[in-house]
Design a binder for this molecule. Structure first.
Ligand code: ZN
Length: 308
């Protein structure tokens, strides 16, 4: 295990990252936590050139420190990126493009919007653990003017499915996914991707979930008719998370989100939510940075291109 090395407070942050070199060294440290190894000859010693290349002292091969990271080809100072990342992670309510533009003095809204979207792409950890234990799962509409009816096609609003780990007396981790319909295929696939088999999965009586038992889950169904409760009382943890997400989208982002980009906002919400009990805000910065060094920067054109 490599020791986690990150600034815990803003004061530590500004002391740590005073120059571009401080930032590039940190990126290199996170990219190669066990030390740099030349990709061509596997030799473990290199020197850093003035153009931020690792120059292998054995074979002379040069490896860009930022290639394949979020910071590849950026024309802005790395310190600015670091500041934006710290700022985005240190606020409990998250960051909006308008907000960021005002705070950092960016000239264009498009630039700030693109930066935040690039960072959101780094908020999903590849190969992350599936939820386990007891998990509530439900789907809901976000957006649109009225609450939707299940089973119908989405019109100007997005259908999402949510899984929430329920620990004794508190919420555990959460996962979201935007889905095209509430069919069994979409819902079961979501559960299989995000919840460990053998877990207790609690859902309402919707038939889309009926094959969960056969897929290796302990399926607990809560039906409205039997309990005479409101839908939100059946799955209280999921509904609490949904109300927090809606409040966040309306508050921080003022509802200004199109359904093509909604997934990425949900990723950001989940990233922050799942780390809400971290002692230091710096830990969130560190986790984001760890993922930023293995996430390639996506150009603006690709971000705005329609997905699928
Ligand atoms: Zn080499």
């Amino acid at each position: 295990m490599v020791e986690e090395d990150y600034p815990k407070t803003f004061e530590e942050f500004i002391v740590r990252f005073q120059t571009e070199d401080d930032c590039i060294d940190y990126i290199a440290q996170l990219r190669w936590p066990n030390g740099f190894v030349c990709p061509r000859c596997q030799y473990g010693k290199a020197w850093k050139t003035s153009r931020n290349l690792m120059h292998c002292i054995q074979c002379g091969h040069q490896t860009s420190i930022t290639a394949g990271t979020l910071f590849q080809d950026t024309r802005k100072p790395l310190r600015l990126w670091f500041h934006v990342m710290w700022w985005m992670m240190s606020q409990k309510t998250g960051a909006s493009a308008k907000n960021l533009k005002d705070v950092m003095g960016f000239r264009s809204y498009k630039t700030t919007w693109t930066w935040l979207h690039k960072l959101r792409r780094a908020m999903i950890r590849p190969g992350r653990d599936r939820l386990r234990g007891t998990v509530e799962v439900d789907e809901t509409y976000i957006g649109g003017e009225e609450e939707g009816t299940r089973g119908r096609k989405i019109v100007k609003k997005a259908l999402i499915v949510i899984a929430v780990e329920v620990e004794v007396g508190k919420l555990g981790r959460i996962r979201f996914r935007q889905i095209s319909d509430a069919s069994a295929e979409s819902l079961i696939q979501f559960v299989q991707n995000y919840v460990e088999p053998g877990s207790v999965v609690i859902t309402d009586g919707w038939q889309g979930y009926s094959s969960l038992g056969a897929k290796g889950y302990h399926h607990e169904v809560r039906k409205i008719a039997r309990s005479k409760k409101k839908a939100s009382d059946l799955l209280p943890h999921v509904h609490l998370v949904v109300s927090l997400v809606k409040r966040w989208l309306m508050g921080t982002h003022q509802g200004a989100i199109s359904s093509e980009h909604l997934s990425y906002y949900l990723d950001e919400f989940a990233f922050r939510f799942n780390r809400r009990l971290s002692t230091y805000r710096g830990k969130l910065f560190y986790r984001l940075m760890q993922q930023a060094v293995i996430t390639e920067a996506i150009p603006f054109k690709k971000i705005v291109a329609k997905r699928k």
